[in-house]
Design a protein around this ligand. Structure first.
Ligand code: GDP
Ligand code: MG
Length: 397
């Protein structure tokens, strides 16, 4: 991949409402795709630093116990016939979405591994720490027309931490989620159960419960332009027969989508869904997305593998398609904007970056609750492990 720093559209100063006669300069960041086309920026090949698992009670374990094994139906057989509605709602244990976890699980991993991080001393102090899912939202922002986002940012011991805040609109939508949409969410997890085994070479067991508290998370290191990244993302399964056994190259992302029949349906799928699939899997270097296509009765009758690095080909010549360079250049511009905006090193100081479709990204400043997201246990433990500051001679000594 090419190396090229990008600052286009970044940190523009716009005159806001003059207050007390003094013009107030409010920084903002445009999300117009036209500003971010051009060469693909440098993106370091993601490497896995470690992993952790969350169990059925959403308890953290610093190991791969929740990792599952890719186990598709035999290709010579009759083809899949997965009833995705089976077990709903009686064998469904959904995660409690009212629990705001923030970065907590990732921070626990970081605390337990900070001494062993590669990259040399001080690498973490120059890095950005976040969830993969937050970066996915940044990548797709120039093309997003429906859902806005809010990202809270704090600097602590040099590191910039980014944690998403649920917008009031997103919360309202979640609380009013229509029953059909709830079932559709279940169906996505049910597909994973049909496609994954608990052991390498094992067979899937669709008779069990679907518990969405369970998660296997990979912790990755990368760099976008000049911004070192440490992020974690949930991984669906590992293909122990993949050409490379080295994570993340052996990981597989599983997705479901509506069966398509017309050219127009495929076009729309490439323009909208494939962008999200690409962004999510490109970031951690997951090479393949395996899609199950469901019929109107909720059965998966066909599977198709989409190599992440080939997804863009489907929209390369489409005027209304998406461009990976735009996604990555915008993300780099946002990281640059955030790095230059969040200057003070203070875990209780929060810069809240807010975005709504059709507007630029704006910033507001907050202290403490409810926006502060670095937990006391993390801040205190990280402060204790710091070498004690040199004693400054006092004039009374
Ligand atoms: P994704 O890329 O959006 O799937 O999110 P990540 O892979 O970055 O996951 C980050 C953490 O958030 C993991 O612990 C996930 O289990 C959790 N997570 C993922 N999606 C959701 C969601 O829709 N709601 C909640 N509450 N947590 C989620
Ligand atoms: Mg998935």
């Amino acid at each position: 991949m090419e190396s090229r720093e990008t600052k286009r559209g970044a940190g523009k100063l716009e005159a806001a409402e003059p207050r007390n006669k003094l013009p107030h300069l409010a920084p903002s960041l445009s999300t117009d795709p036209a500003l971010y086309s051009g060469p693909f920026p440098f993106y370091r090949r993601p490497s896995e630093l470690g992993c952790f698992s969350l169990d059925a009670q959403r308890q953290y374990h610093g190991d791969a116990r929740a990792l599952r094994y890719y186990s598709p139906p035999p290709t010579n057989g009759p083809g899949p016939n997965f009833d995705l509605r089976d077990g709903y709602p009686d064998r469904y244990q959904p995660r409690d979405e009212e629990v705001r976890e923030g970065l907590d699980h990732l921070l626990r991993w970081l605390l337990e591994h900070q001494g062993q991080l590669e990259g040399g001393p001080g690498w973490l102090a120059g890095a950005i720490v976040t969830w993969r899912g937050h970066l996915t939202k940044l990548l797709t922002t120039p093309y997003e027309r429906q859902e806005g986002w809010q990202l809270a940012a704090s600097r602590f011991q040099g590191t910039l931490y980014l944690s998403e805040v649920e917008t009031p609109a997103a919360r309202a939508q979640r609380l009013a989620r229509p029953p059909l949409l709830r079932e559709l969410m279940y169906m996505g997890y049910k597909f994973e159960q049909y496609m994954c085994a608990d052991k390498p070479g094992g067979s899937p067991d669709p008779s069990g419960e679907v518990n969405t508290n369970v998660a296997f998370c990979s912790v990755l290191r990368s760099r976008l332009g000049n911004y070192p990244l440490l992020f974690s993302g949930e991984v669906d399964c590992v293909d122990h027969q993949a050409p490379s056994t080295q994570p993340p190259a052996c990981y597989v992302e599983l997705k479901t989508s509506k069966e398509m029949h017309s050219h127009g349906q495929w076009r729309s799928f490439y323009r909208h869904k494939l962008l999200k699939w690409w962004a999510q899997s490109f970031l951690p270097g997951v090479p393949n997305v395996v899609a199950g296509f469901r019929n109107p009765e909720g059965f998966i009758c066909s599977l198709k593998t989409f190599p992440t690095m080939e997804m863009f080909e489907n929209v390369r010549h489409d005027r209304d398609g998406w461009n990976p360079s735009v996604c990555m250049n915008f993300c780099a511009a946002f990281l640059s904007f955030a790095q230059s905006t969040v200057v003070q090193d203070d875990p209780s100081l929060i810069h809240l970056f807010s975005w709504e479709p059709g507007s630029p990204v704006t910033v507001s400043v907050h202290r403490g609750a409810p926006y502060a997201f670095l937990p006391t246990w993390y801040v205190e433990a990280m402060s204790q492990d710091l070498p004690s500051p040199p004693k400054t001679p006092s004039p009374w000594d």
